[in-house]
Ligand binder design. Structure first.
Ligand SMILES: [Zn+2]
Length: 262
C-alpha cells in the first residue's frame, strides 16, 4: 500500500514523495470548494490543502534536519492524506538526541504560528471582516492549521511526537525498553480515551478511527523494537562465540613490559 507513491522533488537532498491516495484528498476538497464557491472556491480549497501540506513538509523537515545533525540518514519524506512521515534510519538510542529530533517538528509549527500572527491577529480578533475565499481567509486557516498540528502532535500518545518525547524523558531515568513499554501503555490508554472523547463528545468518528490507528501503531512499533532487541542480542552472542577467548600468536597488541632500549 505504501508503495503507491509518486516522487516529487528533493528538499535538502531528501526525496519528497506523495502517496497516490493524496489525489483523492485534493479531489474531495476541490469538489467541496466547487460546491460552495464555484471555480474560485475550488482553486482556493486546493491551494489551501497544498499550502497546509507544505507546512506538514516543514514539520517533517524539522525532524529530518535535526536527525541529520546526529548522523541519521533521512532518504525520504512521504506525504499521506493523514499527514507526513519522515523515513529515517534507526535513531541513536540517546534520549537527549531523540528528544531534540522529536521536539523540532512541533517547534516548526509553533514558529509558523508566531510568524503568521502579525498577519492574522486582527481578523482573528474580529477587528477586520474576513471575506470568504480571500488571501486573509487562507492565512487564518493556515494559522489555525499550524496551531492544531503542533498541539495535536504533542499529545503524549506513542508513537506520535508527544509519546516519543515522553519516552525520551522516561529513558533518561529508565532502561530504554522499560521506558518504551511505559510510553506505549500510557499512550494506548490515552488513545482509547481520546477516541472515546472524539466519538461521543465531539461526534467525530473520523478522529476516533485515527486514534484507533495510533493505538495499533503503538503495538506494532513496540513489537518491532522487541524483535530488533532480540536480534541484536542474538548477533552479539554469535559474535561473542566466534571470537577466540585467548588471542594466540597473531596477537597484534604491544608487549606489556616496556622494551629495554638497546
Ligand atoms: Zn512530528
Amino acid at each position: 500500500m505504501l508503495g503507491w507513491s509518486i516522487n516529487l522533488f528533493r528538499v535538502f537532498g531528501i526525496q519528497l514523495a506523495v502517496h497516490a491516495s493524496f489525489g483523492l484528498l485534493l479531489a474531495y476538497y476541490g469538489w467541496q470548494g466547487w460546491q460552495y464557491g464555484g471555480l474560485i472556491g475550488m482553486l482556493w480549497s486546493v491551494a489551501l490543502i497544498v499550502l497546509f501540506f507544505g507546512c506538514v513538509v516543514l514539520h517533517e523537515l524539522g525532524h529530518s534536519l535535526t536527525a541529520r545533525r546526529y548522523g541519521v540518514r533521512v532518504p525520504r519524506i512521504l506525504l499521506l492524506p493523514i499527514g507526513g512521515m519522515a523515513e529515517m534510519e534507526q535513531i541513536p538510542r540517546r534520549p537527549a538526541a531523540e528528544l531534540l529530533i522529536t521536539v523540532a517538528g512541533p517547534a516548526v509549527n509553533f514558529a509558523l504560528v508566531l510568524l503568521l500572527l502579525p498577519l492574522v491577529w486582527q481578523p482573528l480578533l474580529g477587528q477586520v471582516p474576513v471575506m470568504e475565499f480571500s488571501a486573509t481567509d487562507m492565512l487564518v486557516q493556515l494559522w489555525w492549521g499550524n496551531l492544531v498540528m503542533g498541539t495535536f502532535n504533542l499529545l503524549p500518545v506513542f508513537p506520535m511526537d508527544g509519546g516519543r518525547i515522553f519516552r525520551a524523558l522516561l529513558a533518561m531515568r529508565l532502561p530504554y525498553m522499560r521506558a518504551s513499554w511505559w510510553a506505549v501503555q500510557v499512550g494506548r490508554v490515552l488513545a482509547l480515551v481520546f477516541a472515546g472523547v472524539a466519538v461521543f463528545v465531539y461526534d467525530s468518528p473520523l478522529a476516533g478511527v485515527l486514534f484507533v490507528f495510533i493505538f495499533m501503531a503503538a503495538g506494532t512499533e513496540y513489537r518491532n523494537l522487541l524483535r530488533r532487541e532480540q536480534e541484536d542480542a542474538y548477533w552479539a552472542e554469535v559474535a561473542r562465540r566466534a571470537t577466540p577467548v585467548t588471542p594466540l600468536e597473531a596477537d597484534p597488541l604491544p608487549p606489556l613490559l616496556p622494551q629495554r632500549p638497546d
